[in-house]
Design a protein around this ligand. Structure first.
Ligand SMILES: C[S@@+](CC[C@H](N)C(=O)[O-])C[C@H]1O[C@@H](n2cnc3c(N)ncnc32)[C@H](O)[C@@H]1O
Length: 351
């Protein structure tokens, strides 16, 4: 997923930093601002038991539908109830998944909330009418299956994560949902397909939360605490409001040209006046051996504050690498630009 601030391409760097700071005894890793879950999944593959968290529900689903699973689901009850045939064309997709994806993608279309709000008939062009009504049909069916007890929790979140990724893949945007394009781009014209969540067979017992980081920090303990908060004033709640609505399935009041959800919860990490206090509170309450913070040099929080706050818990150190990320251009277009990415670190010895 093309997620703003995704650390997908920084994983080798994060792993190098981890190997430098590790004393070999670490077993637990917490990805407190998990987004797509790329970092947590990577450290799970390295053998760590991972706790992932994000305040946005769609991000919770993306993590919950992959990190907590060690094998693709079997859908035993569902396949029996539906008498689903074993598919012939498998590719990389596990057989039970292919059968269920195939069934969902062929459902009769539904004129639901997305089709009425975010497609041409609703006066907006986030999706083609066909893809929005296909997503509505799949979303409604997942809820029904869940209610009828045909899906385990893992199966439900796995399918919902597959739908979120699949729909995002055909969104008619320049990356985020604060605006849609005037004409349907080629990618958005393609049919919506369920997207295979990345499951790795690692340790059991990984856990995913949908909490505010500053609340959750008071209840958890880990060896490595990885922090990747937003670093600028753009709120993830508004950047990804359509995915939040798809994940929650709550048919909210929407407003304006973009159809923004009402009552967005805004993050303190995207507010200049609040970010430093929030970060200090987080670091003071961290129960970890190592604290790592990814933060961009153009971030809202000054470097001096970062170092002062980390110094409350030990002697801070900084690792850096050059990295290419999405950068805003005239507020609408997003393109890749080289930037320096920092990882600030402290080995906790105090407090
Ligand atoms: C830079 S992104 C993380 C990207 C992630 N590392 C990845 O590779 O996909 C920051 C994330 O922090 C989440 N977030 C913002 N404020 C938060 C808060 N107070 N508590 C928990 N999560 C928060 C956002 O929803 C967003 O997904």
């Amino acid at each position: 997923m093309n997620y703003i601030g995704s650390k997908h391409s920084l994983l080798p760097f994060l792993e190098r930093v981890y190997r430098k700071i590790s004393d070999g005894s670490e077993t637990t890793f917490c990805d407190l601002f998990a987004g797509t879950g790329a970092v947590g999944r990577h450290f799970k593959k390295l053998g760590m038991r991972v706790i992932a968290n994000d305040a946005q529900y769609y991000a919770y689903v993306l993590n919950r539908g992959s990190l907590e699973l060690n094998h693709p689901p079997r859908f035993t009850k569902l396949r029996k109830a539906l008498e689903l045939p074993a598919p012939v064309d498998l590719g990389d997709t596990p057989r039970p998944t292919a059968a269920v994806f195939g069934f969902l993608e062929k459902l009769p279309r539904r004129n639901g909330f997305l089709a009425q709000t975010y497609a041409p008939r609703g006066g907006r062009l986030y999706f083609t009418q066909e893809n929005a009504s296909k997503a509505d049909a799949i979303r409604a069916r997942l809820e029904r299956w869940q209610k009828d007890g045909l899906l385990t929790k893992n199966e439900y979140f796995y399918l919902l994560a597959a739908l979120i990724e699949g729909l995002d893949d055909v969104a008619n945007t320049a990356c985020i949902y604060e605006a849609y394009l005037k004409r349907v781009k080629a990618r958005a014209a393609r049919p919506l397909r369920m997207s295979l969540p990345a499951i790795s067979n690692g340790v059991t017992g990984c856990r995913v939360f949908n909490r505010d980081a500053n609340d959750l920090i008071r209840e958890i303990e880990c060896d490595v605490l990885y922090l990747d908060p937003p670093y600028n004033g753009r709120q993830y709640a508004s950047n990804y409001h359509v995915l939040e609505t798809l994940a929650r399935n709550d048919k909210p009041m929407v407003k304006g040209k973009t159809g923004m959800r009402d009552g967005l919860v805004r993050s303190a990490y995207s507010r200049k006046r609040e970010v430093t206090d929030a970060f200090e509170d987080l670091v003071r309450n961290a129960n970890a051996k190592h604290i790592l913070l990814s933060y961009n040099d153009e971030g809202l929080m000054p470097l001096a504050d970062i170092r002062r706050i980390l110094a409350l818990r030990g002697r801070p150190k900084t690792f850096k690498t050059t990295y290419s990320r999405f950068k805003a251009d005239n507020g609408r277009e997003y393109k890749r630009a080289a930037t320096v990415e920092f990882v600030h670190y402290v080995r906790v010895t105090k407090g």
